[in-house]
Design a protein around this ligand. Structure first.
Ligand SMILES: [Zn+2]
Length: 339
């Protein structure tokens, strides 16, 4: 992208409406507006006798802070040693011509960036915008997509929703499914409630599965039937050790007694990290380490068969279950929500 500073642009009498995106803005973007491109009804009401198709200029007052945050292209231009950045720093104000960008499409993007989300049009009007931006600005923006649940992730989700970017939409919703604790603040952004409901349903679904997996395990160890394959006293001691460890660990991560939906404040990601820290010792581990897995005590039924003991790796199997639950949180398919 190449920009040229152009001073003294002549004001035309008829043009697409100028826009103020930020009243305290420090940059005026100057774009060329072809009348035949101007399709929004609120704008055409002000133009009555239009006969020419000469390009005219649209001025948009924006904040450099927002532009820089939103795009590395603007960041490089306004914060680096380009003329534009130097002018902005010395004068505190800059006029920036963008003659090759579409002002209608650009104004939608600026509305999203500046948080004027009620002005963002609905899907039918967006078709053209999507085409204009498919290889341009949104692609440049995409390099700065968050990798975790940051405060501005919802803005990115909105941009990718509005511009129909299915890969990035899937990525953003995946982060939300995994890292959200159940309260997603949308700031009135035009994201369909069905999208947020789907994220929340998946979050609650896997957390419910994780909890029932743990409670099933605890219930099994409470039964009188021994779980440990050793004989006599050692089986009892070993099972008691596992049961105690499971309950103690579950209490410490807030899963015992088992919480009820909607599991507010519990994110799958945090839960999974806590499970990773969990300790589930067994007597079998201890005996195996001191006497060898096929120990001398003769109370292990697999002793003569030369098999590895079955009663180890309880925590590993819990973690494996968590991994398969995590795989279910793979993000949403945008086509499900676009009619
Ligand atoms: Zn055991």
């Amino acid at each position: 992208m190449h920009f040229v500073i152009e001073r003294g642009i002549v004001s035309h009498t008829i043009r697409m409406e100028d826009r103020t995106f930020d009243p305290n803005g420090d940059i005026t973007l100057i774009m060329r507006s072809h009348l035949e491109d101007d399709q929004t009804s609120e704008r055409t009401t002000t133009t009555e006798s239009v006969i020419e198709s000469t390009p005219m200029h649209v001025r948009m007052l924006v904040s450099s802070k927002h532009l820089v945050l939103a795009s590395s292209v603007f960041g490089a231009m306004l914060q680096g040693r380009f003329n534009e950045g130097q002018t902005l720093r010395s004068a505190g104000y800059l006029e920036l011509p963008l003659p090759d960008d579409d002002p209608v499409a650009f104004s939608i993007l600026l509305d999203v960036i500046h948080g004027h989300t009620r002005k963002v049009p609905h899907k039918y009007q967006l078709q053209e915008v999507v085409e204009v931006f498919s290889d341009g600005w949104v692609q440049a923006l995409s390099r700065e997509v968050p990798a975790s649940l940051t405060a501005d992730l919802i803005h990115w989700l909105c941009i990718f929703w509005v511009f129909g970017q299915s890969d990035k939409f899937k990525l953003m919703t995946r982060i939300m499914e995994r890292e959200s604790g159940g309260t997603i603040w949308t700031e009135d952004l035009p994201i369909p409630p069905a999208v947020l409901d789907a994220i929340e349903n998946k979050r609650q679904g896997v957390i419910a599965s994780a909890i029932s997996m743990l409670t099933d395990l605890i219930t099994n160890y409470q039964n009188s039937t021994p779980r440990c394959p050793r004989s006599g006293d050692n089986a009892f001691k070993c099972d008691a050790m596992v049961l105690g460890a499971l309950i103690k660990s579950s209490i410490s991560i807030g899963l015992w007694p088992p919480p009820a939906p909607p599991f507010t404040g519990i994110s799958f990601c945090a839960l999974s990290g806590q499970i990773h820290q969990m300790k589930v010792p067994t007597l079998c581990d201890t005996i195996g380490q001191t006497e060898g897995w096929y120990g001398s005590r003769g109370d292990y039924p697999y002793y003569d068969r030369g098999e590895l003991p079955a009663h180890i790796g309880i925590k590993e199997s819990i973690e494996a279950s968590f991994r398969s639950l995590e795989d279910q949180l793979c993000g949403l398919d945008i086509s499900t929500f676009k009619a």
